[in-house]
Design a protein around this ligand. Structure first.
Ligand code: MG
Length: 508
């Protein structure tokens, strides 16, 4: 018999198998698939940089962004006593929509209706949501609504929520500085944040100390190495400027060896300052970063800025559906790259990791909510049908008396039976109310476990959120990190679950 600490032969083999194959990802690091991808068929894999290859330490980046932006906000006329406490920077989440007119921040369901919202940091009551948005498809009016599509935008949303509270409390102070509506407050936050990104005040701090802001992921060089050794070609397509991108990439790919001599040797084609989404729709030339020479035929192993999808597509010399592009921005990376040429797309959603873990930790209560909700639907249908049946019986009796198996039912018998049924309806109604309360209570506890303000990024009430619906429609796959591609076997086909219509779960 083995000593308890000695692994059995099969355990040793499993361990060896895993360490060589490295294909056993926990749920939070799986690649989830909306549309089948035959990985063998993919010949070229492209990557965005920020929040895709480079994962930021969000808290550090937010702190830095706020430090830099606050100076600019005060200069632009924000009251000097406007500040943001530490806890308040945990408010914003990706996938929200900012209503710049009303000073509200909203989370939408899959149909584009408002599921929940905040005015500043105060939750909006359901009746206010209904009154304000019942005739308004949120997001259609582009000027009024701003989507929060990237994690870079979270500090802006946190600032706006707090500024709306301050604006409401001290309107005179704001008006004295020229701010008369929420939209101006939002626009100023936006322009000051943009300015901080453009004048390099944020980037310089990151370049000076990348380790403070960027997560070093040992799986990342490993993943690119795996793809390359499978014969796949790799490209980089980032909006970041060359000086900034190279610092990040040097940091991320500092482990060389195995024939790699620096970050460039991991990539075949390299495009920086690409100006996505314009890259996918316009026809700018590629400019060689080292020489400034323009070309429409980007070569391998040369770093270019600018460029366009059409010329890159030609240079890659494979069919568009053999290209998989991995990025974190639903619109700039995924919608646009897919639209014109039909590249296959994978969306990086780093929030997925926490979401999967919360789902796992709360699985029993989540199942309970679902079961109770199903029971509630049944009960509610039963009550409606019983009430309808009782009314029909009353009507029919008034018109020509009640007959059963050829005999007329006497009044006493009818009334006795009717009151039993009525009591039954009343009992079921009470049960329904209790169930409603219980479901609401449990659902809100579960939602708070995901995010105390917004619930899960992927769900709104009992349906998928607007963010999840977009991810499902536009991304062929989604995953928490680019390096999760490491867990795909070379000849694997990633299968999607079949889309289900409302009637398809029942046999006709
Ligand atoms: Mg990005």
């Amino acid at each position: 018999m083995n000593h308890p600490d000695t692994p059995s032969e099969s355990e040793t083999l499993t361990h060896l198998f895993r360490s060589l194959g490295n294909l056993y990802a926990p749920g939070e690091r799986l690649v989830y698939v909306n549309r089948d991808i035959d990985f063998n068929h993919i010949k070229v894999v492209g990557f965005d940089l920020d929040y895709t290859l480079a994962r930021y330490r969000q808290a550090e980046l937010e702190q830095l962004t706020l430090e830099v932006v606050f100076e600019k906000l005060y200069r632009a006329g924000f009251p000097q006593d406007f500040e943001l406490d530490h806890g308040e920077s945990a408010f914003a989440m990706r996938g929200l929509v900012v209503d710049r007119q009303e000073g509200n921040i909203l989370k939408l369901d899959r149909h584009g209706y408002v599921g929940r919202g905040y005015h500043g940091l105060q939750a909006l009551e359901q009746r206010v949501i209904t009154r304000t948005y019942r005739e308004q498809r949120v997001g259609v009016e582009k000027k009024r609504f701003s989507p929060v599509d990237t994690l870079f935008s979270l500090p802006e949303v946190n600032l706006f929520a707090k500024a709306v509270e301050h604006f409401d409390a001290q309107r005179e102070a704001w008006e004295a500085n020229g701010f008369s509506e929420y939209a101006q407050v939002w626009d100023t936050i936006r322009s000051c944040t943009d300015a901080s990104h453009q004048d390099d005040s944020i980037k310089d701090a990151i370049r000076a100390d990348p380790g403070r802001f960027i997560v070093l992921d040992p799986d990342l060089p490993e993943m690119l190495h795996r793809l390359r050794s499978l014969g796949k070609k790799i490209f980089l397509l980032t909006n970041s400027e060359p000086e900034y991108a190279s610092v990040l990439l040097e940091y991320l790919f500092q482990e060389t060896g195995r024939g790699y001599t620096g970050w460039e040797s991991f990539f075949d084609w390299m495009i920086v300052a690409a100006r996505k989404p314009g890259f996918f729709t316009e026809g700018r030339p590629f400019v060689e970063v080292a020489t400034g020479k323009e070309t429409t035929r980007p070569k391998r192993n040369v770093v270019y800025s600018g460029g366009n999808q059409s010329d890159l597509q030609t240079a890659l010399r494979v069919h568009p559906d053999q290209i998989l592009f991995v990025g974190d921005h639903i619109y700039d990376d995924v919608v646009k790259s897919k639209k014109n040429f039909g590249w296959r797309t994978a969306l990086v959603v780093e929030e997925l990791e926490a979401d999967v873990m919360t789902r796992r930790n709360w699985s029993i209560m989540i199942e309970e909510v679902e079961a109770l909700r199903g029971f509630r639907q049944k009960l509610s249908r039963e009550v409606a049908r019983m009430k309808f049946g009782l009314n029909a019986m009353d009507r029919s009796r008034q018109e020509d008396g009640l007959h059963l198996d050829g005999r007329v039912i006497a009044n006493e018998e009818y009334n006795a039976g009717r009151s039993v049924l009525l009591a039954e309806v009343a009992r079921k109604r009470r049960e329904l109310k209790q169930l409603d309360r219980r479901v609401q209570q449990l659902a809100s506890t579960v939602a708070q476990a995901f995010n105390p303000y917004w619930g899960s990024l992927f769900w709104e009430a009992h349906d998928t959120s607007r963010f999840a619906q977009q991810a499902e429609t536009f991304a062929c796959a989604y995953t928490s990190r680019a390096s999760n591609l490491l867990f795909i076997a070379p000849e694997e086909t990633l299968f999607a679950g079949a889309g289900k219509l409302a009637h398809s779960w029942r046999l006709p």
